[in-house]
Design a protein around this ligand. Structure first.
Ligand code: SF4
Ligand code: SF4
Length: 343
C-alpha cells in the first residue's frame, strides 16, 4: 500500500488502524505486531493506556524503520499511536479471572479451547494475554470465571501526551453515559492541545444515534479531527463473516445521521468487510463515505502462529516475510476500499 500520511488517509477513505486491544498487555506480541503492521502500512496503532505497551508499540515501529533502511526502502510516515480511555464499565477494559484450584481435574477445559488469545492454561488466566473478549465467561460449566474491570484515569495519561508519546486518544463510551462522557472529556482537556486526533468509540444500541448526537455538542468546538468508531460487535473480527454485519449497519446509521467527523468501522472488521461494503454500494464514491477500517482480533489472529513468544520477529527473516505477506492482506483490502471509493 503506498502509505499516505494518517490524516490524508482518513480524508481519502483509506485509513487502516491496527487495534492491539485496550486491555491487551502481551508486550513481545505487541512489539512484533507493531513491527509487521507498520511495515504493512497501517496509519494508526491503538493500544492499552499503559506505558509499557506504548514503549512496545514505539519499539516495534522503530524496528520497522530499521528494517526498511536495511532493505534500502524509502522512509515512510510512522503510524499514529492511539490509546484508549473509558468513561465507565466497558468490556474492552476488563480481564477474565478464575481460581484454577477450584477446577475439577476431569474438566474438558472449554474455557481454554474458546480463548482466541491463548490466555488460559493450567495456571488460570494469563493476565497480560487476556484482552477481555468475554468468550470464556459463559462456557465454564461451574460458572467459575468472572471479570475484573479496569478503569484508566486521564491524569495517568496526560504526562504521556505532553511527552509526545501519544498522537491520538480514543474515548470509549456507551449509550446513556452522557454525564460520564462529559466528565472524561473535561478531565482530558489539559492534554488536548498535544493531540492530532480524537476518536469516539461506541457499541451499537437501538438508541445509539440519538446518543451520539447528544454527546457531539460536548466536544464542539473540537480543535482536532474526530473519528466515530462504530464498534458493531466488539472484539469479534476473528469469528467470521457474520461478525462484520453489525459494524456495517451501525456505520450506515451514522452516515445517514450526518454527524460531523470521520467514520471508521471496528468490532467485526475482517476479510469480509470490504466485499460486504461493496455489495451494499457503500464504496461507490458516495459522499459522505466510510473513512476507514480498524482491525483488531482478526489482525492479531492472522499472525498468531508466527510470532515468537518473547523474541523480536526480525531475528527470523522467513517468519517476518510470511507475517508481512499475511498483514499485507489488510493493505490490499484497504486498496480495494480506496479504489472503489474513488471510482
Ligand atoms: S476468552 Fe477472552 S476474556 Fe477469556 S481469557 Fe481469553 S481473551 Fe480473556
Ligand atoms: S471450564 Fe471452568 S472448571 Fe473447566 S477448566 Fe475452565 S474455569 Fe476450570
Amino acid at each position: 500500500m503506498p502509505l499516505l500520511p494518517p490524516l490524508v488517509a482518513l480524508e481519502k477513505g483509506r485509513w487502516v488502524k491496527l487495534i492491539c486491544g485496550a486491555s491487551y498487555q502481551d508486550l513481545p506480541a505487541i512489539r512484533n505486531l507493531a513491527l509487521v503492521y507498520s511495515l504493512a502500512g497501517v496509519h494508526c496503532i491503538d493500544g492499552a493506556a499503559d506505558l509499557a505497551v506504548l514503549s512496545a508499540i514505539r519499539e516495534g515501529m522503530a524496528a520497522a524503520r530499521r528494517w526498511r533502511e536495511r532493505q534500502g526502502l524509502p522512509a515512510q510516515s510512522d503510524p499514529w499511536v492511539m490509546v484508549s480511555l473509558n468513561d465507565g464499565e466497558d468490556p474492552h477494559f476488563r480481564k477474565a479471572v478464575f481460581d484454577p484450584r477450584r477446577c475439577p481435574p476431569d474438566c474438558p477445559r472449554p474455557c481454554e479451547a474458546v480463548c482466541p488469545a491463548h490466555a488460559i492454561d493450567h495456571r488460570g488466566v494469563i493476565e497480560h494475554k487476556c484482552y477481555g473478549c468475554g468468550r470464556c465467561l459463559p462456557v465454564c460449566p461451574l460458572g467459575l470465571i468472572g471479570a475484573e474491570a479496569r478503569r484508566i484515569k486521564p491524569a495517568e495519561v496526560l504526562p504521556w501526551l505532553e511527552a509526545g508519546l501519544v498522537d491520538a486518544v480514543e474515548l470509549h463510551t456507551q449509550t446513556g453515559h452522557e454525564a460520564d462522557f462529559q466528565r472524561l472529556w473535561t478531565q482530558l482537556q489539559p492534554g488536548v492541545a498535544h493531540l492530532k486526533l480524537l476518536s469516539v468509540s461506541c457499541p451499537y444500541h437501538p438508541e445509539v444515534l440519538p446518543y451520539l448526537q447528544k454527546i457531539y455538542p460536548i466536544l464542539d468546538p473540537l480543535p482536532l479531527p474526530l473519528i466515530w468508531q462504530t464498534d458493531g460487535r466488539p472484539m469479534s473480527g476473528d469469528i467470521g463473516k457474520g461478525a462484520t454485519q453489525p459494524a456495517i449497519r451501525f456505520a450506515q446509521g451514522v452516515l445517514n445521521a450526518g454527524l460531523p467527523g470521520f467514520i471508521q468501522l471496528a468490532g467485526g472488521v475482517n476479510a469480509h468487510t470490504v466485499p460486504k461494503l461493496g455489495e451494499l454500494g457503500l464504496l461507490n464514491g458516495a459522499v459522505p463515505r466510510i473513512n476507514g477500517l480498524a482491525y483488531g482480533s482478526y489482525a492479531r489472529v492472522l499472525l498468531q502462529d508466527l510470532l515468537p513468544e518473547t523474541e523480536p520477529l526480525e531475528l527470523y527473516p522467513d517468519l517476518l516475510k510470511t507475517a508481512l505477506e499475511r498483514a499485507r492482506q489488510i493493505a490490499v483490502i484497504s486498496e480495494q476500499l480506496s479504489v472503489s471509493a474513488h471510482n
